[in-house]
Ligand binder design. Structure first.
Ligand SMILES: *[C@@H]1O[C@H](CO)[C@@H](O)[C@H](O)[C@H]1NC(C)=O
Ligand SMILES: *[C@@H]1O[C@H](CO)[C@@H](O)[C@H](O)[C@H]1NC(C)=O
Ligand SMILES: *[C@@H]1O[C@H](CO)[C@@H](O)[C@H](O)[C@H]1NC(C)=O
Ligand SMILES: *[C@@H]1O[C@H](CO)[C@@H](O)[C@H](O)[C@H]1NC(C)=O
Ligand SMILES: *[C@@H]1O[C@H](CO)[C@@H](O)[C@H](O)[C@H]1NC(C)=O
Length: 608
């Protein structure tokens, strides 16, 4: 039995050698591409030609996918998809291999490796010496390395790229990262993951900023229909189109219930939206969107980049630059606009008005009366605040509003039209004339309507790089984005929910804030360090209350406000659970300020 198998394997191997080294045309001419779903030890998938694994049901293929003239990634794709760029998975998506001589091989030691043209191993499943003896492409689209007993030692489902297939789990470790552009394979700026509150979140993690924007970062978990206390952190789409997540998120695709038999995927698209799709095989292999996380694309963070303004034209969303700014890269709006001038500290500036536009976030000051929570800042005062601060790039002010002033250190997330919301941009007096600016700026679309829709993968850059590199026969494959570094920053950051204490006396004001869609920025969230709380409570001197697992201390903040600081007496799994529940409740009640020491060892809640 075993020797029969070996002979078969050898036969297959011989066949493989023959068909790939001898005229590749023979393969196509015969019209009989080899169809196999397994790689045994010593087997390879060879680049060039049609060599691929095909799942037993034929739905998925695994082989080399061309991303540019001479650059390929090892990928899994949907056999029946009309668009060849729709991938279910890719290995090492940011560093393709050369189109000549690269191969994927299940080595004799059981690891599945990817070798570049020069024989260098550039990627491995690290399943060497684990008894692994096969790699199989399953009907689910999962590429599995397993041993003779059928134990899974590695699976592509554990290493998602931008797509989740039915049955594939989003876990606490998953990072689903969008592609950089339409049809591109490389990593973009959007990430779907479970955040440290156990909420399934989409984050924009760009070169200059990052921010969670889905679910709505300015609403509580409860308002968003999520639960923060279930630390299971699991989510998946089933084959009938139902999605469920441990944070309470549930949704159904518009063709729910149809299937199995329908090929579905959930993809974090290059434009930052999360969408479910079904493959319309009868319709020629097109994909129908059956659900989307964000219905208004301008709600996606960073969609038009820095200074860019997102608006809806008749044929969809579009990005524009205000006068005095030009697109940084007309082919890539996520790079936003470039200022045609520089701002120097201390020079004479004027403010140019940009009507009915709002840039969300990055307010450096919240101007409400501390005691009453009422805004009543005059336009002149607001202007002066921005003028006095060299870092202020402009401010937002609502005409006919209740005197709300939003001075900004950065202009991102521009949207319009926002009725009555006016932005005032700082422009040096010296350039005013040269740029022919009037006191009211207009938005310039510059013929780039719907650029976001038009943004395709830039293949030319890959090409030139790869052609050149091969000539040098010295390849320096650089990862385009080491997004993991960015993720670390986020993991280590905000555990603060509150900030709304500034409004505590005026719930109505806060509701209006939400109604208007105007939201306080994350930069306004106050995070206290352990040291600050220690100082505020004189080293946790005066204990007010003891209620396991909490200890409550009296404290006074630097600005004189009285607070009660709640401290977790000890960190145990139970206490952690209570802490999470408490955070969930706070998320719902939203009138407390929650803090945690920077090392994350202990948790504090300041009731203000
Ligand atoms: C937490 O999520 C898991 C997975 O979705 C679910 O099975 C479990 O019932 C949830 N627990 C609670 C308390 O809701
Ligand atoms: C805001 O301030 C102006 C001038 O200081 C005053 O006339 C007006 O009554 C104030 N409005 C509110 C709502 O406090
Ligand atoms: C400003 O206007 C003048 C004359 O109308 C024109 O020559 C110049 O190119 C304009 N400058 C810019 C930056 O548009
Ligand atoms: C982008 O790709 C689409 C579909 O492949 C094509 O119709 C469109 O013309 C391309 N746009 C640009 C700017 O290349
Ligand atoms: C891509 O190539 C174009 C033209 O060769 C060049 O202008 C552009 O700067 C390149 N982009 C990057 C990111 O290298």
């Amino acid at each position: 039995m075993m020797s029969g198998l070996t002979i078969l394997t050898c036969l297959a191997f011989a066949l493989l050698i023959t068909t790939t080294t001898w005229p590749p045309v023979a393969l196509a001419a015969s019209g009989q591409p080899r169809r196999r779903s397994n790689l045994w030890r010593g087997d390879s998938i060879i680049i060039g030609g049609d060599d691929a694994l095909v799942s037993p049901n034929g739905d998925f293929s695994c082989g080399f996918h061309r991303v540019a003239t001479n650059a390929y990634v090892l990928a899994i794709w949907f056999t029946a998809s009309a668009d060849p760029h729709t991938l279910a998975w890719a290995a090492r998506r940011d560093a393709p291999v050369n189109g000549m001589g690269s191969r994927a091989e299940l080595l004799g030691d059981g690891s599945l490796v990817l070798q570049d043209f020069d024989g260098r191993t550039v990627w491995t499943t690290s399943t060497g010496d684990t008894g692994a003896d096969r790699a199989q492409l399953l009907d689910t689209g999962n590429l599995v390395v397993s041993d003779a007993a059928g134990r899974t030692l590695w699976q592509s489902f554990d290493w998602p790229t931008d797509t989740l297939l039915p049955g594939q789990l989003i876990t606490r470790r998953s990072r689903i990262v969008s592609a950089r552009a339409r049809g591109a394979t490389s990593s973009g700026y959007y990430i779907l993951y479970f955040d440290s509150f156990n909420i399934l979140t989409i984050m924009y993690d760009g070169p200059e900023t990052n921010l969670n924007y889905w679910p709505n970062a300015f609403k509580t978990w409860y308002e968003n229909g999520r639960m923060a206390f279930n630390s299971t952190r699991l989510a998946s789409l089933d084959e009938r189109g139902r999605f469920s997540s441990s944070d309470g998120l549930r949704f159904e695709a518009s063709d729910v219930g149809v299937g199995p038999g329908v090929t579905r995927r959930l993809t974090l698209d290059y434009d930052g939206n999360l969408r479910a799709y079904s493959l319309d095989v009868a319709g020629g292999g097109t994909w129908r969107a059956t659900w989307a996380a964000i219905l208004r694309p301008c709600g996606v963070h960073g969609i038009c980049g820095r200074y860019g303004v997102c608006t809806y034209l008749l044929d969809g969303p579009a990005c524009a630059c205000p006068e005095g700014f030009v697109p940084a890269d007309p082919a890539d709006w996520s790079k936003g606009c470039r200022r045609l001038f520089d701002l120097r500290c201390g020079e004479d500036v004027r403010f140019a008005e940009l009507p009915n536009v709002d840039y969300w976030g990055f307010d450096f000051k919240l101007l409400a009366d501390k005691n009453s929570g009422i805004f009543n800042v005059s336009f002149e005062t607001c202007r002066q605040i921005c003028l006095d601060d060299c870092n202020c790039e402009g401010f937002g002010y609502k005409k006919g509003g209740n005197g709300k002033c939003y001075p900004k250190v950065a202009l991102w997330n521009g949207r319009g039209p926002e009725p009555k919301q006016f932005m005032y941009l700082k422009v040096p007096t010296r350039v005013w004339k040269n740029l022919n600016l009037s006191s009211v700026l207009t938005l310039r679309y510059d013929g780039h309507a719907c650029p976001k829709q038009e943004q395709n993968a830039s293949v030319s850059n890959y090409t030139s790089r790869y052609l050149k590199d091969v000539g040098d026969s010295k390849i320096n494959f650089v990862y385009v984005y080491s997004f993991l570094a960015g993720l670390f920053v986020v993991e280590a950051s905000v555990i603060v929910v509150g900030s709304l204490f500034m409004f505590r006396a005026d719930w109505a004001t806060m509701c209006r804030v939400h109604d208007e869609g105007y939201n306080l920025v994350l930069s306004q969230f106050r995070r206290f360090t352990y040291q600050e709380l220690s100082n505020a409570t004189c080293d946790f001197e005066e204990e007010l209350k003891r209620e396991a697992p909490w200890l409550v201390y009296k404290g006074v903040l630097e600005d004189g406000r009285d607070v009660a600081v709640t401290r977790l007496a000890e960190v145990t799994p139970q206490a952690d659970q209570v802490f999470r529940s408490e955070m969930s409740v706070i998320g719902q009640v939203n009138h407390m300020n929650l803090v945690r020491d920077t090392l994350g060892h202990k948790a504090f809640i300041a009731h203000i």
